[in-house]
Design a protein around this ligand. Structure first.
Ligand code: AMP
Length: 284
């Protein structure tokens, strides 16, 4: 049985998604016209659709898995499950008002008109907090709506926040945090045969590896305990004797975010020849 994976055909998530799949050994040859192409190494077909439509295709059963943003999953109103967070496409959906507006908090938005390309998520967010608002659904250029006086506030996607600043807007609250995710219908992993589980494992192994580095160093035997306390890792480090007595090589895996803290401490503890290497795939 051939399974289908719905992927963004263009836009911000297209390239990083193609890179992830390639690194996971799930590459494909995409031609401009093809809607669906076979994926290497698996009984799987990549189906190229608009990022906004990915959830619909999976919910309808046209595809078994899909890659899209958490914001679009929320907006789709489908009951799909997040199978894995993929670690790219980070952004947040934020509420903002013109700099000079007296509105300072979410509660101050009671009665406001809010322009947004995410009306479903926005409505649900404010309904949960019992703050009455009306949405002005727009598909683009949301940030100019207050200037045109068609809205008092906006709810829009931001990553750095610079577009909001340039447009004279002041963020007041985050609505949701988003990143790219692998989605499926509830129970997909349990209901399907091993192919889907294999696809998920391969993708997760790349995502996990991107957050880690392989670290190797030499150290005097007397420093091993200190070094180990600096790099606890997820398992004990590998300690290998060197030709020179009293010296060992130590190998371990460290969080990329921890490196800046770990490296100077390792040197202080007596480690030398420290090498930091990328990892292609990691299965814990
Ligand atoms: P597209 O409109 O096809 O370029 O894709 C938009 C999707 O990319 C959004 O729904 C988000 O999930 C994601 N994304 C990541 N960063 C941003 C950003 N700074 N602005 C808008 N979308 C972003």
């Amino acid at each position: 049985m051939t399974y289908r994976l719905a992927l963004p055909n263009k836009g911000r998530l297209q390239q990083p998604t193609a890179t992830l799949l390639k690194q996971a050994g799930l590459g494909y040859e995409k031609t401009d016209r093809a809607l669906a192409v076979p994926v290497r190494n698996m009984d799987l077909e990549a189906l190229f659709v608009r990022t906004d439509d990915v959830c619909e295709f999976v919910a309808d059963g046209v595809a078994d898995l899909g890659i899209t943003g958490i914001d679009l999953l929320s907006e789709s109103g489908t009951n799909l499950e997040i199978i894995a967070k993929l670690g790219y496409g980070h952004c947040r959906l934020a509420a903002a008002v013109p700099k000079a507006s007296p509105i300072a908090s979410l509660e101050d938005l009671a009665g406001a008109r809010i322009a947004t390309s995410h009306p479903v998520t926005t409505q649900a967010f404010f309904a949960d907090r019992e703050i009455p608002i009306t949405t002005v659904p727009l598909s683009g250029s949301v940030e100019v709506a207050p200037k045109l006086d068609i809205a008092d506030a906006i709810v829009d996607l931001v990553s750095s926040g610079s577009t909001m600043l340039i447009n004279g807007l002041r963020p007041i609250a985050d609505i949701i945090e988003s990143e790219a995710v692998l989605v499926g219908r509830p129970g997909t992993l349990a209901k399907t045969n091993g192919t889907i589980a294999q696809v998920v494992l391969m993708m997760q192994s790349v995502v996990a590896a991107r957050r880690k580095r392989y670290i190797m160093m030499n150290a005097p035997t007397t420093a091993v305990a200190d070094v180990e306390s600096i790099i606890p890792g997820f398992e004990a480090p590998t300690v290998i004797p060197l030709a020179h007595e009293g010296m060992v090589a130590i190998h371990s895996v460290v969080d990329t975010d921890e490196l800046w803290r770990v490296l100077p401490r390792l040197r202080e503890a007596g480690a030398s020849g420290i090498l930091v290497l990328p990892i292609d795939q990691l299965i814990q």
